[in-house]
Design a protein. Structure first.
Length: 468
């Protein structure tokens, strides 16, 4: 039984690995995609955002569907959609086709990812084993990032960016086969409990328009996005079977953890996106060198996730480990933001990247444990989907905001007579400074909402607030 649980974890992690590899591969290939399909500097962000918006908008619905029809079924459907959409991405020859296929990829990614955290919690209910399982999960994610970075650079340089999507197809097929045989089944609560498709449509449309409004600086579209978000909240308050019961947010722990997830994801994803452009446009790195340049983040993050995260959480508590990781991430981003205009990799980039990996390896497993603590089994899929949603929403909106900050600062510096390279570098440094400030805000949220309370008569025992 124990061996079966760990094999199931391996299958789940492989499914998530597929998604992580795809995301990092695309980051490395962005400059090549932008040149080949003639994207504008701000338009190329939609290769990322089209995926993220669909992913974020449908995670809640996917999590709810998992509770209703069974996690295994939703996981398999998501893998199938993701694999087919990857094939369409590989054959894309226009901006519209690639962005559309990426959106469908996001749909599949949402369905398969929404159930993973819930299934891990179900498979490993004991805190010590759960900490180890989340450590393995974070390690696989980090290893996938490393594989994606190197593979993306090698494939793009040796063949073309089209093949970064084709590689998903055989991996997706094999993973689906093992998932069908190994993952535990389950019927769920039944569709009669409701899935709230209207709510999913409202939140997806709101997110899409919100990101578009930030990228294009359109106030009118931004107002429409806010109105749709308000309609979604109203729908959740009045619906008989809401997709996202608002009572979940009575839990200070759940609300705080999701706020931290959103801002930290914004900082992390934006760093990878902007740093890839910096290495290519300012330092002149090719695709392979670009991918290798990011390895310290992935290797250090993976090493700490698998080896040290669980023992540290068990010894010091998830709150302390999370806070320490956040401090390290903020320090790394400040070092990058305040560094010289033209960074030298060995002197100015290597240490901050290693620190980012250390901070991520400490903080993300601890944050996941805090967010999932106290969640009733019947709503674990929803809680998992919510945590993933806030991460992806934060990533999409953060990427749009920080890309806009970088572009605006670059335009200002260009107007004052700065050279092209100096203007670009100044824009990226400004965006990293904003990202560092985002992480500082998450530290405040962590101390305000996630600090453990003590059980009377047991002063050494940390207890997270239970979900309402």
């Amino acid at each position: 039984m124990k061996q079966s649980r760990w094999l199931s974890l391996l299958v789940l992690c492989t499914g998530f690995l597929l998604i992580v590899v795809d995301m990092t591969i695309v980051n490395v290939a962005l400059p090549s995609i932008g040149r080949d399909l003639r994207f504008s500097p701000s338009g190329v962000a939609w290769v990322i955002n089209a995926y993220l918006v669909a992913f974020a908008g449908l995670l809640l619905l996917a999590g709810r569907l998992a509770d209703l029809v069974g996690s295994k079924r939703v996981f398999l459907i998501g893998l199938a959609i993701f694999t087919v959409a990857s094939l369409a991405c590989g054959f894309s020859t226009s901006q519209a086709l690639l962005i559309g296929a990426r959106f469908v990829q996001g749909v599949g990614g949402a369905a398969s990812s929404a159930v993973i955290l819930a299934m891990i919690v179900s498979l490993f209910p004991e805190p010590e084993e759960q900490a180890k399982a989340f450590g393995v999960f974070s390690f696989i994610a980090s290893a996938g990032a490393a594989v994606g970075l190197v593979a993306g650079g090698a494939i793009t340089q040796a063949v073309s960016w089209h093949w970064i999507f084709f590689v998903n197809v055989p991996i997706g097929i094999v993973t689906a086969g093992f998932a069908y045989r190994l993952l535990p089944g389950g019927r769920g609560l039944g569709l009669r409990e409701g899935a709230d498709v209207l709510g999913a449509a409202l939140v997806t449309a709101s997110l899409m328009l919100g990101v578009y409004a930030i990228v294009t600086a359109s106030g009118a579209i931004g107002v429409l996005a806010i109105a749709l978000l308000g309609a979604f909240v109203l729908r959740q308050a009045r619906a008989r079977r809401p997709m996202l019961p608002l009572r979940l947010f009575r839990s200070l722990t759940l609300s705080g953890a999701n706020a931290v997830q959103a801002l930290m994801s914004a900082a992390f994803l934006s760093f990878f996106f902007l740093a890839s452009l910096y290495l290519e446009r300012v330092l002149g790195y090719g695709p392979l060198a670009l991918g290798l340049g990011f390895l310290p983040v992935a290797v250090v993050m993976g090493s700490f996730s698998i080896r040290f995260a669980a023992p540290l959480v068990i010894r010091f508590g998830a709150f302390r480990v999370l806070a320490a990781g956040q401090l390290v991430i903020a320090l790394a981003l400040f070092v990058l933001a305040l560094g010289p205009e033209r960074l030298v990799y060995a002197r100015d980039l290597l240490l901050p990247m290693a620190l980012l990996g250390l901070g991520g390896g400490l903080s993300f497993p601890a944050l996941t444990m805090l967010a999932m603590s106290g969640t009733p089994p019947a709503e674990s899929g929803l809680a998992s989907g919510l945590l993933n949603t806030t991460g992806q929403v934060g990533g999409a909106l953060g990427l749009a905001i920080l890309a806009t900050v970088a572009a605006a600062r670059t335009a200002i510096l260009t107007g004052t007579g700065a050279g092209a390279s100096a203007a670009l570098a100044g824009g990226y440094h400004s965006a990293w400074l904003v990202a560092a400030c985002m992480v500082v805000v998450t530290i405040g949220i962590t101390f305000a909402t996630l600090r453990p309370r003590l059980v009377a008569g047991a002063p050494a025992l940390e207890v997270c607030e239970e979900a309402a």
